[in-house]
Design a protein around this ligand. Structure first.
Ligand code: NAD
Length: 313
């Protein structure tokens, strides 16, 4: 039966020191700080970023034979071949940080469908494609590994008026990462890093998107807010500690907690009002239904398999 909840990774948590790591979006901000923190722990790091020169600068600063590769996480085929290349060059990969991100977007009634596609392709599809490409290799090679996806406080209940696509993509990544951690075997852990406001150049990251740039006022406003955020190095240290604990969700800012609590309270109140506990309610519990149907269908599946085998003979 699928697990419901569970706080941490199923297998043994992984020590970071001396590991082989890949960081997407590692040319700047949180990704670069994670790559540097990994470098300080003796890791060899491959930085994959759409900003090839920034990635090269970051790799050179880390040392430990770290390298950079130009990579657009929106390009799934490119990610597949880069994953194989990194795997071969490094002799296997232990840690993957799917961190590249884009945002923040526009108010929902003004935003465009292209903007939706762009933000979702980087934040959601890109994170999935990164984890799938490296995760498949970890499974095939039976190698212990850990995948850490950068979500946001938006994954946990925070929302900002004016960046609906961004908030939605980060809420969606919570669901994706949750399924991933239950689908993967015990030797591969999954964490969702959920930073609050962090001092980075995030607002400039969309320059390569081809989308209309934000107004100068909006850009200045966002820059001012991010400039007051937590230093990226602090976020990176919390991230690595969380990975070493095998933590599933890694919040970084105590200030994000209120929004998460409000969201949890809203949901509980909604249940009390619209779907309160009632006699026999558990008969609709979906995991129970899945188990029941699976058990009932097992004889039919076995018969079909046996018939197929017999036909082949
Ligand atoms: N800064 C914050 O306040 C904050 C808060 C919560 C979560 N985050 C998340 O942290 C992650 C990193 O953001 P940051 O704040 O360090 O911003 P940043 O702009 O400094 O770094 C983002 C990096 O991702 C790269 N990138 C963008 N699109 C890419 C693509 N298509 N393919 C490959 N690389 C690409 C950029 O070149 C850049 O190096 C993002 O996922 C973001 O959503 C940031």
């Amino acid at each position: 039966m699928a697990l419901l909840g569970s706080v941490d990774r199923k297998g043994e948590a992984m020590k970071v020191d001396g590991k082989k790591a890949v960081v997407t979006g590692g040319a700047s901000g949180i990704g670069r700080a994670i790559a540097e923190a990994l470098g300080q722990r003796g890791c060899r790091v491959f930085i994959l970023d759409i900003d090839a020169r920034g990635a090269e600068r970051a790799a050179a600063a880390i040392g430990n034979r770290s390298e950079a590769r130009a990579c657009n996480v929106r390009d799934t085929d490119q990610l597949e071949s880069l994953a194989r290349e990194c795997w071969a060059e490094l002799g296997g990969v232990d840690l993957v940080f799917a961190n590249a991100g884009a945002g923040p977007g526009a108010p929902l009634l003004k935003a465009s469908a292209d903007e939706f596609d762009y933000i979702y392709e980087v934040n959601l599809r890109g994170a999935w494609a990164t984890c799938a490409a490296f995760g498949r290799l970890m499974v095939e090679e039976c190698r212990e590994g850990h995948l850490c996806i950068t979500g946001s406080e938006h994954s946990l209940g925070m929302q900002h008026i004016g960046s609906g696509f961004y908030s939605a993509s980060k809420a969606a990544i919570l669901g994706l990462a949750d399924v991933l951690r239950h689908e993967l075997p015990d030797h591969i852990g999954v964490s969702l890093l959920c930073p609050g406001v962090t001092r980075t150049h995030f607002y400039d990251g969309g320059k390569k998107s081809g989308l209309p740039p934000p107004s100068p006022e909006a850009a200045a406003f966002a820059r001012e807010i991010l400039g007051r955020g937590m230093p990226a190095g602090e976020v990176a240290e919390i991230a690595l500690k969380g990975v070493e604990q095998g933590a599933w969700i890694i919040p970084t800012h105590a200030a994000s907690r209120k929004a998460a609590e409000i969201r949890a309270e809203e949901i509980a109140r909604a249940f009390d009002r619209n779907a309160p506990p009632s006699e026999g309610a558990e008969r609709y519990e979906v995991r129970k239904l899945i188990d029941e149907v699976r058990d009932e269908m097992r004889p039919i599946r076995n018969k079909t398999k046996a018939a197929k085998k017999a036909r082949k003979r």
